[in-house]
Design a protein around this ligand. Sequence first.
Ligand SMILES: Nc1ncnc2c1ncn2[C@@H]1O[C@H](COP(=O)(O)OP(=O)(O)OP(=O)(O)O)[C@@H](O)[C@H]1O
Ligand SMILES: [Mg+2]
Length: 446
Amino acid sequence: MAVDLPPGLRVPSPPERELLEMFVVQAGLALSNAQQRERLARQLHFGEILREVAQSGSRVGLEAMLMSATEAINRGFDAVRTWVSCARDREGGPETSVAHPPYDARPPTCEPLRADLMVTAWPAGLVVPVALSDTGVPLLPTSPEKVRESLRESGAGQAVVTPVGNGQEMFGYLGVGLGEQRKALRRDELDAIAEIARELGRMVQSARLFETEQRLVSELRELDRYKGELIATISHELKTPLTTIIGHVELLEDREVGTRSVAAIRRNADRLDRLIQNLLDYAQVRERRGFVRRRVDTVELADSAIELLSQQAESGGVQVAFDRPPVAVDVSGDAEEIGTVLNNLIGNAVKYTRSGGRVVVDFSATDDWVHVTVADTGIGISPVDRAHLFSTFHRSSNPEALSLPGTGLGLAISRRIAEEHGGRIEVESMLGRGSTFRLVLPAMAT
Ligand SMILES: Nc1ncnc2c1ncn2[C@@H]1O[C@H](COP(=O)(O)OP(=O)(O)OP(=O)(O)O)[C@@H](O)[C@H]1O
Ligand SMILES: [Mg+2]
């Protein structure tokens, strides 16, 4: 405390000095009270932000939760933009990135920043301030330019970045971008951000557990439904031809040997064989994860499929025309599986076309895609049936289609194969007029 010179330039008398000292003590007390009040108010404010962030944990879904948390952090620190990026699961699955205010497009994730924080800040539990004017940030050896870039993009002058994780595992990071005019963050603000990041880590962990649990439950449900459906259909499909076979064997046993019975046995044995083959194909496609891709000429595969079906087409009175391209049309994949798709599509076209009808197989290719089109003038598919066409064991409600043998697995298998190859199957059809199925696959990069 300083006092102006007293009038007359006299040294203050002892009672005056005592009085002055009392003023000094009072002023000191008032100052310390004010400081404590401010500290308490700031702590209360940080506590409030933390409470809001923790409340976001009640949102269902990682994204919704992070959106609400970044909004609370942004508001609480009066920040320009707050962003969080987290790996969705342990296997380093797709990254979930959220920002408030949101970016126009998907918020970018910064892999170098994650890598830097993993090595420097995560083991020591640090928060890292970065200013737009910083030339080098020791804790971010590779990523400061990237961070500065996102600061510029957000209109922020400085930021604090910190890892988000739980236990041993770092999931991602939190960044809080602040206005250029703002003073550098104080120690208690940095501590509060560190505490918020820890809370976010706990929340992300619970959200991940919840999502895993949900996924497992729905997978189990789907598996259970599929199992029930499979058992019902297989028993039914195996029983029908078997009953016929047994009936005709009994006839043969009674020595009424006739070619009719042998033909019926043959027909039904074939039906069982087809069912079992389809089930094997389906199981194989369902179980396989990842496969070796090779150069496959789809024209050659279409040739083989047409050749294989030529006898069936001939006996059904269906003409098959192939508008054969003069050159190979290559895709990258598994020849046997793509062959299965073409057999199924051309096989269906031949099977579901009446005598006198026509099937046309035709190719077209762009730089990116190969289209194999199988068009028939057959019985067609109603819009209702079209909706379920690719479901396992689905057969049309059309009695004419049902009168022909089939397991309802061919298209389900085909679609899975097409999708595994990065492609799809498209359908257009009109009941009574015919159907067009189109296999679309990514063209082989040359
Ligand atoms: N080209 C087509 N024309 C008319 N209906 C079709 C055609 N292709 C498929 N369908 C209908 O879609 C259903 C499902 O076809 P999918 O190939 O999956 O089974 P499927 O031919 O009955 O038996 P399979 O498993 O032996 O192939 C068929 O039962 C049929 O009703
Ligand atoms: Mg079929």
